[in-house]
Design a protein around this ligand. Structure first.
Ligand code: UD1
Length: 387
């Protein structure tokens, strides 16, 4: 697996949004003359639909190592990743570990590498929601406080890092890897012929006859703050009922949310909503084709705020804050409360949805820039070792 003459770079992918970010990096590193990429999948997401499908669709090489940690509490999941990854580092002795995003795999692997004295780089560094009740915010703060190199998606992230005392020479604003994946795949994505099998009704719905371009909304909800609390989830279900009277809602549902709907006894309530179409979580191509053709997106996701900004689709984010403020300042994203959903959708249906522009460097070239920076860092590190 390892060529000892090359700079050994371990890349970490654990959860669904990581795969979309890792794909363009793995492509840019293919057959690289001086860098040997080693892909480690932690197994944080493991389902066919949450993991394998993304590897296939995005043409990501099979992981060199899979830690297969699976689901567990935060502490147990993080600990399992750390235990497994320490063994990997001791065996492979990488020159650098590159982590992406803000999931448990990101923080766990950074902790392991930095304690072993291995250089670490964080892509998507510096994003801050300033909300420590979000598990991802803790992951971001810890990862950035011990990383050596910082790749950022926007100027606000650079400012956050500088304020926290990171030296400017360590920060590289490179743009957005999710947008690399989008730019590459958009020309091949087509909704025509898409059939969605529903899980809350004994039917399927078809593109063209049951839903058509610009005539439906796409929803995703999976944040613990929205779906782990019965009262909050019930309020959301009532709101879906209200708005679906005006516009059909397609809802590719995250396993966490579906589980909670059942656990809280809300299944019947959800099944009754006529214009709400629940489907299992979708592959990348299917999901992006829906977002591109939707009238709006209603979500609590992080990454979807960025994808809708690039596609210039009005995005209503049901959260009190966002770590991606550039999608609000420049893009088509709006932060709203549950009680605002109804009015905001009305505005959109009256053609007054928010539109925006694409942030700087969100242009499909980010993976190339990251690889160029890693080449420079590798040269410096190798030079230091030789002297
Ligand atoms: C994780 C990330 C979150 C990211 C999200 C994308 C953390 C702290 N959270 O949240 O930042 O936005 O991924 O999806 O890292 N499950 C399955 N199949 C799977 C994976 C999970 O059924 O392949 C179920 C598990 O039973 C688990 C639940 O979904 O209990 C939640 O999964 P987990 O990975 O813990 O967190 P996410 O909510 O997916």
């Amino acid at each position: 697996m390892c060529d000892n003459t090359k700079f050994k770079l371990i890349l970490i992918a654990g959860a669904r949004p990581n795969f979309i970010k890792i794909a363009p990096l793995m492509h840019a590193l293919k057959d690289h003359p001086t860098i040997q990429p080693i892909l480690v999948h932690t197994g944080q997401h493991y389902d066919e639909k949450m993991s394998d499908l993304f590897f296939r669709q995005l043409n990501i090489p099979h992981p060199d190592i899979n830690l297969e940690v699976g689901s567990a509490s935060h502490a147990v999941q993080t600990a399992r990743i750390m235990e497994g990854f320490e063994q990997v580092c001791l065996k492979i002795k990488p020159d650098m570990v590159l982590v992406v995003g803000d999931v448990n795999s990101t923080v766990a692997c950074t902790l392991v590498a930095s304690k072993l004295g291995i250089k670490t780089a964080h892509y998507e560094a510096g994003l801050r929601s300033i909300d420590r009740s979000m598990p991802e915010e803790i992951n971001r703060l810890v990862t950035d406080s011990i990383s050596d190199y910082f790749f950022t998606t926007s100027a606000d992230a650079d400012e956050n890092l500088l304020k926290e005392g990171v030296h400017a020479s360590k920060i590289h604003m490179v743009g957005n890897l999710m947008i690399d994946t989008l730019v590459k795949n958009l020309p091949h994505i087509n909704s025509a012929g898409l059939t969605l099998n529903l899980i809350n009704k004994p039917l399927s719905i078809k593109w063209g006859s049951d839903f058509a371009k610009g005539k439906f909304g796409v929803m995703t909800f999976h944040r613990p703050s929205n779906v782990d609390d019965k009262h909050q989830l019930l309020t959301l279900v009532k709101t879906w009922n209200e708005i679906s009277a005006h516009v059909p809602l397609l809802f590719p549902i995250h396993p966490r949310t579906y589980k909670n709907i059942q656990t809280f006894g809300l299944q019947e309530e959800v099944d009754k909503i006529e214009n709400l179409y629940l489907v299992e979580s979708l592959g990348y191509f299917e999901f992006i084709s829906l977002v591109r053709d939707a009238q709006f997106v209603l979500t609590d996701s992080g990454g979807i705020q960025e994808e809708t900004t690039y596609l210039n689709i009005p995005c209503l984010t049901v959260r009190p804050n966002t770590e991606r403020p550039v999608t609000i300042w420049e893009g088509s994203n709006k932060l709203i409360r549950i009680e605002d959903i109804h009015n905001e959708i009305k505005l959109i249906l009256n053609d007054q949805g928010k539109k925006g522009k694409t942030p700087k460097f969100w242009d499909g070239q980010t993976a190339t820039k990251i690889v160029q920076q890693i080449e420079k860092i590798a040269n410096k590190l190798m030079h230091t070792i030789q002297n």
